[in-house]
Design a protein around this ligand. Structure first.
Ligand SMILES: *Cc1c(COP(=O)(O)O)cnc(C)c1O
Length: 491
């Protein structure tokens, strides 16, 4: 393909015919991937030496045919990637992308709107805000008191939560930093919380040791008495308790900390309550779970959710929400005035770079907006309930096959050990089972550690492609793997 534009060396500006070939080829490859997902291996093996040799053919010393380059990239992705979109990928919360999410990301890439300021793309900023406020209402906030933005993911959103808590409490933090504080702030989570909270504490200048690991009860939930006690110990020790992080669906075991109980302690003690519901938040669409596990969520000072997990939009879609109107500008705005009015329209608008860690900002919300617009709350609700039911089925089938369930939750993640053999809870044994299942190509899962040192096999299911047959296939593969290892040990 030759560029017929003014600069013969450049292919940045192709002509219409060439571009249409590129779009057609790309959409053909995408559709092929979507429709053949089930036939593709769950975990193709990659060889780093071969991969690098392959890439070395690209010395960027001359133009190449765009269609060949697309082919090369698609092949590379398809052959060298844990196939997290596969219906039998039970490893992490990375389901297949919704079709509308892919379309939205393509539109976003093409129009490439800049969301740093409202003026640069009012549509994008308003869509983001509309989606944030809609979810705020599902979490129990009112539309008028939901503020927030999209982030690259849960880590950035949790980092934002700590920054807002710090700026809400300490007027000098923003200009003089953590060193200006007379007492060291402390943060409360559990052993089951995500490690990004340790990193956030480190990045915010508090140090990861300011994060207290509150003991959990036998169901892996934060123990409220232990939380009260730790706060008291810290106050006596000269620390300044700042924030408590309740996890709304732990990454490992899907358990929800007792949010309502934590909220009342936080209120009494004057702590910022943050709920990290990165993957579990969509469960609020199920009334029974909203009114039990997630009761008290409306009292959270901030909440985060990853739309790229259970809501199945393409990667890079975290959300930060707070009910405090001015805290984002107080934290992120470096300019003379705090409230900016759009002069032409005369009403208050959101300028992304004054309200978040990012400056140039991609249109992240479109993929969720377009998926929600076609799916509706009902569609998401039905799908989430279906997956919760598959989680129940997995628990039942595992129990019938003499596996012991190690976590209690209604969310679809199941941790289990072997109830038959003497070595049923040994790490080596469970890891060997996971390896056999993965090597068999039947499914993908791994062995985790609960409370940091109790090994357990773990399967989470958040994919709209997964069916009851896939669950049965997983249990059969596990049974075969266990049998295979046990018989080879004793013969
Ligand atoms: C996934 C997850 C995170 C981190 O989110 P990223 O999007 O990977 O940055 C934080 N907390 C919990 C509970 C999670 O499950």
């Amino acid at each position: 393909m030759k560029n017929n534009g003014s600069n013969a060396e450049s292919t940045l500006a192709l002509d219409r015919v060439q571009r249409e070939q590129i779009w057609a080829k790309t959409s053909h490859i995408i559709e092929d991937f979507f429709s053949k997902l089930r036939e593709m291996p769950v975990a193709p093996k990659s060889n780093p030496v071969e991969l690098r040799r392959f890439l070395e053919s690209f010395q960027f010393d001359g133009p190449r045919d765009p269609l060949d380059v697309i082919d090369f990239s698609a092949q590379g992705l398809s052959k060298n990637r844990l196939n997290t979109s596969h219906p039998r990928f039970f490893g992490h919360f990375m389901p297949a992308s919704s079709a509308m999410g892919v379309a939205a990301d393509a539109l976003t890439a093409a129009f490439n709107p800049q969301l740093a300021t409202w003026r640069a793309c009012p549509f994008a900023t308003e869509v983001d805000q509309h989606v944030i406020k809609s979810w705020g209402q599902k979490f129990g906030y009112t539309s008028g008191s939901t503020f927030g933005h999209f982030t690259s993911g849960g880590s950035e959103a949790n980092h934002t939560a700590l920054l807002t808590a710090l700026n809400s409490k300490y007027p000098t933090y923003r200009s003089q930093g953590a060193v200006s504080l007379s007492a060291r702030p402390t943060i409360y989570t559990t052993s089951e919380a995500h490690l990004c909270h340790l990193r956030a504490a480190s990045f915010c200048g508090l140090g990861s040791e300011s994060v207290r690991e509150v003991p959990v009860d036998s169901t892996l939930r934060m123990n409220l008495d232990a939380l009260r006690l730790q706060i008291e110990i810290d106050r006596k020790g000269g620390f300044d308790p700042l924030m408590v992080v309740a996890t709304g669906g732990t990454t490992n075991a899907g358990v929800v900390d007792p949010i309502a109980g934590i909220a009342s302690i936080a209120r009494k003690e004057g702590l910022w309550l943050h709920v990290d519901a990165a993957w579990g938040a969509p469960a609020v669409l199920i009334d029974e779970i909203k009114n039990n596990e997630f009761s008290g969520l409306d009292q959270a000072d901030s909440i985060i959710m990853d739309a790229h997990k259970w809501l199945s939009v393409p990667m890079g879609a975290g959300m930060f929400l707070t009910r405090h109107p001015d805290i984002l500008e107080k934290t992120f705005k470096f300019a003379a005035h705090f409230i900016k009015l759009d002069e032409s329209a005369g009403f208050q608008v959101v300028d992304g770079y004054f309200q978040s860690l990012q400056w140039s900002r991609r249109f992240i919300g479109l993929k969720l907006f377009m998926t929600m617009a076609t799916e509706g709350w009902r569609g998401y609700q039905t799908e989430i309930q279906r997956q919760i039911d598959l989680g129940k089925l997995l628990r039942e089938l595992l129990t019938e096959s003499d596996w012991r369930i190690e976590n209690q939750t209604r969310l679809p993640v199941v941790c289990f050990t072997d109830a038959i053999s003497q070595i049923g809870t040994s790490k080596n044994f469970l890891e060997a089972i996971a390896k056999r299942v993965v090597d068999s190509g039947e499914a993908w899962l791994f062995c985790t550690q609960l409370k940091k040192d109790l090994p357990a096999l773990r399967a989470c299911l958040v994919s709209f492609h997964t069916t009851a047959d896939d669950i049965r296939a997983l249990v059969n593969a596990l049974n075969r793997a266990r049998q295979g290892i046990l018989s080879s040990r004793f013969t």
